[in-house]
Write a protein that binds this ligand. Structure first.
Ligand code: ATP
Length: 352
């Protein structure tokens, strides 16, 4: 998904952003960003605090301008647009926020109507459109409530309805579920998925939680220190993470963690004398349900101990992680066998 792409809803071409500092020097927030967000995708950008996620997102609706390169939305250069051209791009780009940004003085209806009023939509068209949006986000009975009378999840639904009011082609989500509890997060993510599917809307979201990408993103990119260090279809990245930062984010969601009694004894290098190799085996797609450990035992006579494991879903695909220990003398042979059968393996260390 890197590089310029005809099927792209948004493209970042060699984008850099430097902010001036008070002492006259400059801080580089983003450098050499090349990314293309496929039309109709839910694309997630993950990174730690200060990595540059917000700056990247804010370039899509022209709230920040690149100091290098171009950001294209539907083929139009956002950074070069002004006046009516910029307003036209912004109408195509809705945005939702971590803290919802609702007007406390307006009801649910009033908040959702706001972008329509700003766009000069005739009053008689606003009411039915707002009714439709309220219905779409599942808030039918709550139209006359004020934000203070709503839960976090309900507030975010208002934010989503407001972002959809002008029929945008792209929805930007700035940590939209970070202020919500896990259960509410799920319901809001499901709503975003439904909107993506039913309206064909491209969603670009930023998050610091890999679980959000696992649950909704078809494509993802990892950003660190203002640079994209890894990008691709989410499932591929989960299966074969190439960058240490990606692996570190993944270790938080792939569930399988070493039990304490092993983790405390894990040696990076193989010790002298008899030892066990500790490996992570990643199962994906059709292989997720194959009885590979039984086959390892019958075909090669290698017995593996299961230390921990889990199977979950990345998008529609099964995805599993197993942590095993096995005789270090047979480790290379076992890994080669598993890799040959489409599994991914990684040596985590050794125990005596
Ligand atoms: N207006 C600004 N002026 C100066 N520096 C800025 C400005 N906006 C962002 N930065 C700097 O750019 C870098 C990237 O910031 P950004 O807010 O994009 O990161 P982030 O990944 O969104 O972080 P967080 O998750 O904490 O919001 C940081 O070093 C930040 O201090």
């Amino acid at each position: 998904m890197t590089g310029t792409d005809q099927g792209a809803a948004m493209t970042f071409e060699g984008v850099g952003k430097a902010f001036p500092k008070a002492d006259g020097s400059r801080v580089t927030a983003l450098a050499d960003i090349n990314l293309s967000v496929p039309q109709g995708s839910v694309t997630g950008i993950i990174g730690r605090s200060g990595a540059g996620k917000s700056t990247l997102l804010r370039m899509v609706n022209g709230l920040e301008r690149p100091t290098e390169g171009r950001v294209l939305v539907g083929g139009r250069d956002v950074g070069g647009a002004n006046g009516a051209a910029l307003r036209a791009i912004r109408r195509d780009v809705g945005m939702i926020f971590q803290h919802f940004n609702l007007l406390a003085s307006r009801t649910v209806r009033g908040n959702i109507a706001l972008p329509l009023e700003i766009a000069g939509t005739p009053a008689q068209q606003i009411r039915p459109r707002v009714d439709q949006l309220i219905e779409q986000v599942g808030l039918s009975a709550l139209g006359d409530r004020y934000p203070a009378e709503l839960s976090g999840g309900q507030k975010q639904r208002v934010g989503i309805a407001r972002a959809l009011a002008t029929n945008p082609k792209v929805l930007l989500s700035d940590e939209a579920t970070s202020a919500l509890d896990p259960e509410t997060t799920q319901t809001v993510l499901e709503l975003l998925e439904r909107i993506n599917r039913d309206l064909g809307l491209t969603i670009l979201l930023i998050t610091h939680e890999m679980a959000v990408l696992r649950d909704v993103a078809s494509h993802m990119a990892v950003i660190e220190g203002g640079r994209i260090v890894e990008a691709g279809p989410t499932y591929d990245v989960f299966r074969k993470p190439a960058h240490p930062t990606t692996r570190s984010f993944l270790s938080g969601v792939t569930g399988a963690t070493l039990p304490g009694f092993i983790a405390g004894r894990l040696l990076p290098e193989r010790p002298d004398g008899p030892s066990q190799e500790v490996i992570r085996v990643t199962f994906a797609g059709q292989h997720a349900t194959d009885p590979m450990l039984a086959r390892l035992a019958t075909d090669l006579g290698i017995a593996a101990n299961i230390l921990s494991g889990n199977i979950e879903e990345v998008g529609p695909h099964p995805f599993g992680n197993l942590l095993l220990s096995l005789d270090a003398d047979r480790g290379a042979q076992a890994r080669a066998y598993l890799e040959r059968h489409g599994l991914t393996t990684e040596v985590l260390g050794h125990v005596r």
